[in-house]
Ligand binder design. Structure first.
Ligand code: FES
Length: 82
């Protein structure tokens, strides 16, 4: 089980965290990963100054462009659960 979190703080919200959440939820459904990915929203990850939405896989932090959320999931989440 990996923990996947998306920042829902105000700065990330403006940068599109809602879209990232939607995409990740969809990917979890499509790949049937409910038992393998603990998906949650989290408060400000102190990454506001970086471009993109703050995302964490376990304790590793990333900043992603919402338009790249699908690619990010494929490249960084799927290899950890398959
Ligand atoms: S609001 Fe997301 S890192 Fe600060």
């Amino acid at each position: 089980m990996i923990e996947l979190s998306v920042c829902i703080g105000s700065s990330c919200h403006i940068k599109g965290s809602y879209n990232v959440i939607q995409t990740f939820q969809q990917m979890i459904e499509e790949n049937n990963l409910h038992g393998q990915v603990d998906f949650k929203g989290t408060f400000c990850m102190k990454q506001c100054d970086k471009p993109g939405v703050a995302v964490a896989i376990d304790n590793e932090k990333f900043n992603i462009d919402p338009a790249q959320a699908r690619t990010f999931f494929k490249e960084n989440v799927l290899p950890k659960v398959k």
